[in-house]
Design a protein around this ligand. Structure first.
Ligand code: WTA
Length: 636
């Protein structure tokens, strides 16, 4: 399907950009009318950033799955919607055509209904990268239930926190998930979470790994049995629930600078319009494309660019269950060659880790199907950018460096593949419809070029978050109160002499470890839960592969057996958050540097972790200046 909103030349980009600023409502209405609405909207946009209140396509009625699936059946029903490449390279790949996927989504939507799930109910999905994960997501959307996918690397405690926060009474999971040479016992982890969550009514369990699991009568049911029940009921249809444009589609939990992750809420209409628009334009989608996004569906990148964006565009999207280094470091290139992938969208951390294996993994791999390369999730260093372009892109394919966030729903700043200019290390220019500004510490806008500041967005776009679940005030204070009338991203950026943006990283206490967002406060809270820890401070430091590593300074009550304490603390963090939040370096210190009012001086700790020990500024005003030397001496 060709979209009238595809921007196909630099001039068209400029024109679209101008129109989006002069007449945003007309601009977005033109795009939105490409979709199937049961009832057209009454008003394109209603907004203020004070409360904040953001409404797109008010009065419009639709179901996103009719746009992802039903709408395509007459034209591309037999086209593959998903190609599934399993964890190992011996099991057969699976292909789900649009027709097939439509059928399976309706079938599972009926399973959900049979199990009592209704419009507006929250459903936690905790699965590996299997096609059934996408089916579960779409089945929720079909009946208007709000899905909240939790990444498979999070611990039972994290799941319990999310279950409580969202008051979800339903869970969809699987026995175990195969990843590399490991089997993650997902149902066991869910069981541990459920000890704390008696309000959960049903847990639907898919069989994949065939490991033993406990199934509690009345609560736990097998996916396969439930499908059989639906089959025996005879009616394969499941009409799509009519949703208001502003009804919630999903909640996705993400880390911020305070202790508890927040549930970012996206709504049906705006998210649909924005993910399709950004997908088609950033990657310059063509109907024959095979799109391979390596992210996990548990993160926003997987939501927007494995499931929703590609399906809305009628694309073929590849779901890869494995990891780039299993069974060997050539796996990604094997997958590209095997499925004739044309768009490869991955993270700088994956590129940097593959760089370590040199050129051998490319040998004998035919990458000639590739047309566009993309990166997302963290700043990409120039070396990695060039390596990617050279080895995956034969030095000629466009590389899109796409900057965005869980909160933005889709890509906001990126070059459009082959259409607008690229620059190594730069996300470059905003998509039409997106108005970035740079602000200084005093709330003044930095105009002109060659300036650095805090990155904000001046005007709403349809894919932006509407609230944080159950706590609208938190949404306001986090994103809309730092600067008047602006959405504050939490990122710093530099705008070069040509107006191109380079994202320099977070300016708040959020780390980006291997492209995963982790709040330092969250890790500190976990460490401080450990018996014997007096206090701790967690900061980031540059890490060659992960982008940022986690450096924890810890004060112990009784610093005798630090070896055991270290292992205990690692285990505590793994239990409370998940292995992804384990510190890379753990330094036991006699005390933390503090101001006279008792505030921990993270700035100093950050510098020490970064190795900048010569340049710590004035430390004489500290409450305990002597600890600084001790910390430097013990630096890891
Ligand atoms: C960072 C991921 C530099 C940024 C889609 C942002 C990037 C955070 C880029 C959001 C990029 C994402 N260049 N930094 N191209 N893309 N980031 O919510 O710090 O998991 O705020 O969304 O990742 O991470 P999140």
């Amino acid at each position: 399907m060709a979209y009238s909103f595809q921007i196909t030349s630099p001039d068209a980009y400029k024109l679209a950009y101008e129109k989006s600023v002069m007449d945003p409502q007309g601009f977005w209405a033109d795009i939105a009318q490409n979709f199937f609405w049961r009832k057209k909207w009454d008003k394109v946009l209603e907004w203020n950033f004070k409360e904040p209140r953001i409404e797109w396509f008010r009065g419009g009625k639709l179901n996103i799955t009719e746009n992802c699936l039903d709408r395509h059946l007459g034209t591309i029903g037999n086209k593959p919607a998903f190609i599934w490449e399993p964890n190992d390279d011996e099991t057969d790949a699976r292909i789900l055509s649009y027709r097939n996927l439509h059928f399976k989504v309706m079938q599972f939507a009926n399973v959900l209904k049979n199990n009592g799930v209704r419009k507006g109910d929250r459903v936690i999905i905790y699965m590996g990268m299997v096609p059934e994960l996408a089916i579960a997501v779409l089945a929720c959307a079909r009946i208007g239930a709000i899905h909240s996918v939790v990444f498979g690397g999070f611990s039972a405690q994290s799941i319990a926190d999310r279950l409580h926060d969202s008051q979800a009474a339903y869970i969809i999971t699987q026995d175990g998930s195969l990843r590399g040479n490991k089997t993650v016992p997902l149902k066991d982890i869910i069981d541990d979470a459920l000890v704390q969550c008696p309000f959960v009514r049903k847990c639907i369990v898919l069989t994949q790994a065939r490991i033993p699991v406990s199934m509690i009568k009345g609560r736990d049911v097998w996916w396969e049995d439930e499908i059989k029940k639906v089959e025996s009921q005879g009616n394969p249809d499941c009409p799509a629930e009519e949703m208001d444009a502003e009804d919630p589609l999903f909640i996705l939990y993400t880390s911020g600078s305070t202790g508890k992750p927040k549930g970012v809420v996206h709504t049906v209409g705006g998210y649909m319009v924005y993910t399709a628009y950004s997908f088609v334009n950033v990657f310059q989608y063509r109907p024959e494309d095979i799109h391979f996004c390596t992210a996990d569906i548990g993160w926003i990148t997987g939501h927007s660019y494995i499931i929703y964006g590609p399906l809305l565009a009628g694309a073929t999207s590849l779901i890869f269950a494995g990891i780039p280094t299993y069974p060997d470091a050539g796996r990604l290139w094997d997958v590209v060659a095997k499925h004739k992938v044309s768009i490869l969208y991955t993270a700088p951390t994956a590129i940097r880790s593959l760089m370590g294996y040199g050129e051998a993994p490319f040998e004998g791999k035919d990458l000639s199907s590739l047309r566009v390369l993309g990166t997302v999730g963290e700043p990409i260093n120039e070396e990695a950018w060039h390596w990617y372009k050279k080895h995956a892109g034969a030095d000629k394919l466009p590389v899109v460096d796409t900057w965005w966030q869980t909160e933005t729903g889709g890509v906001l700043i990126s070059n459009l593949a082959g259409i607008t200019p690229e620059k190594p290390g730069y996300a470059t220019l905003p998509l039409p419809g997106v108005q970035p500004v740079l602000m200084d510490e005093n709330g003044k806008e930095l105009e002109g070029n060659d300036v650095s500041g805090n990155l904000c967005i001046k005007f709403p776009w349809p894919g932006m978050l509407r609230t944080t679940y159950g706590d609208h005030e938190r949404c306001r204070t986090t994103y809309f109160s730092t600067y008047d009338n602006l959405y504050f991203t939490g990122d710093g950026a530099y705008r070069d002499e040509n107006g191109m943006y380079r994202i320099t990283g977070r300016v708040d206490d959020v780390l980006n470890v291997s492209g995963h967002r982790i709040g330092t406060a969250e890790v500190e809270n976990a460490i401080n839960m450990h018996h014997g820890v007096v206090e701790s401070a967690v900061v980031g430091y540059p890490h060659e592969v992960k982008g940022q590593g986690i450096y924890a300074y810890i004060v112990l009550e009784n610093p005798d057996d630090t070896h055991l304490s270290e292992q205990d603390i690692m285990k505590t963090v793994t239990r409370l958050i998940g292995a992804i939040a384990r510190p890379d370096k753990l330094q036991f210190v006699p005390d933390l540097p503090k101001t006279r009012s008792g505030k921990i001086m993270r700035r100093i700790l950050r510098k020490i972790a970064e190795g900048e020990t010569a340049n710590l500024g004035d430390t004489t005003t500290l409450l305990n200046p002597e600890v600084v030397e001790q910390i430097i001496t013990g630096r890891l």
